[in-house]
Design a protein around this ligand. Structure first.
Ligand SMILES: [Zn+2]
Ligand SMILES: [Zn+2]
Length: 284
């Protein structure tokens, strides 16, 4: 038997074994919706039909490419919506997957509360927003908004970095050379946009070995509310020499629409945190 034939035979056997293992796994651990645990088929891309419907109702919609808030194309003036007219915005453009409400809000909260397996679904949404951003081909570096080391240690991971790892891009790589040097209070506890801006002022810095000079960067974060955090990060990156700073977020909160409540109630947070972790599949 020639080497090529041997390799082909080996590959067929390997595929047959892996198919059999998948079948056994599926029998004992049927695929489950990562959100509600309903049994789903392998074709359902991690969520059941009902969860996809709910999630997609929070996704998409026309938005201002400057600040990410809901805005119709007719209400824009020179690329700005009425809300961001005259505001100092340090990032060049923003892309968002949806609005911070209902299902998307719950999944983002769950992602922060240890349910990192939701990165598959949230990653799909983030990739689709990035592809439709209009700045996809310009990006050279993806920079997750950093957590202070103490918060990262407590949580075990940075949810923005988890998200950044799910982004598919032909050339951009992830850089963690933007760091949070000061522990800030949680932004939702700040009483006003001005207080949020003060809370994050001077909280970020770049590492000495950074290579942000002349680069086109895309910041990655889970939520944007007033944009104080993204704005401060973009300012620091531009001071470090970045030529452009874009932003990609899963959801934009704090909109005028009554369907949106920018921050969860205590009951919502508890409900999400109490959901058990899914059973791990035998493979992968
Ligand atoms: Zn479901
Ligand atoms: Zn705007």
């Amino acid at each position: 038997m020639g080497i090529a034939t041997q390799e082909r035979a080996f590959s067929i056997v390997k595929r047959a074994v892996s198919f059999a293992i998948d079948g056994v796994n599926h029998l004992f651990w049927p695929a489950a919706c990562v959100n509600c645990r309903e049994t789903i088929s392998e074709m359902d891309k991690n969520l059941c039909g009902s969860c996809w419907d709910q999630l997609l109702s929070c996704a998409g919609g026309d938005y201002c490419r400057r600040c990410g808030r809901d805005a119709s194309a007719y209400g824009m003036l020179e690329g700005n919506c009425p809300d961001c007219q005259g505001k100092e915005v340090h990032f060049d453009r923003i892309a968002r997957s949806g609005v911070y409400s209902q299902s998307l809000q719950q999944m983002i909260l769950a992602l922060k509360n240890g349910r990192t397996e939701l990165d598959s679904v949230l990653g799909l949404l983030a990739n689709s927003a990035l592809e439709g951003s209009g700045f996809f081909s310009e990006i050279e570096l993806l920079v997750p908004v950093p957590l202070h080391w103490s918060r990262r240690l407590a949580r075990g991971y940075n949810q923005s970095q988890v998200l950044a790892r799910k982004l598919k891009h032909p050339k951009a790589r992830i850089s963690t050379d933007l760091v949070r040097v000061r522990r800030t209070k949680a932004q939702p506890t700040m009483p006003s946009p001005a207080a949020r801006a003060r809370n994050v002022a001077g909280a970020f810095a770049v590492r000495h070995r950074h290579n942000f000079t002349g680069r086109r960067i895309c910041l990655v974060d889970d939520i944007k509310t007033t944009g104080a955090t993204l704005n401060e990060c973009a300012k620091v990156l531009k001071q470090a020499g970045a030529s452009k700073v874009f932003a990609l977020v899963l959801a934009v909160a704090g909109q005028n629409s009554p369907r949106l409540s920018p921050w969860p109630t205590k009951t919502q947070t508890d409900a999400v945190a109490k959901k058990p972790s899914p059973r791990k599949k035998g493979k992968k």
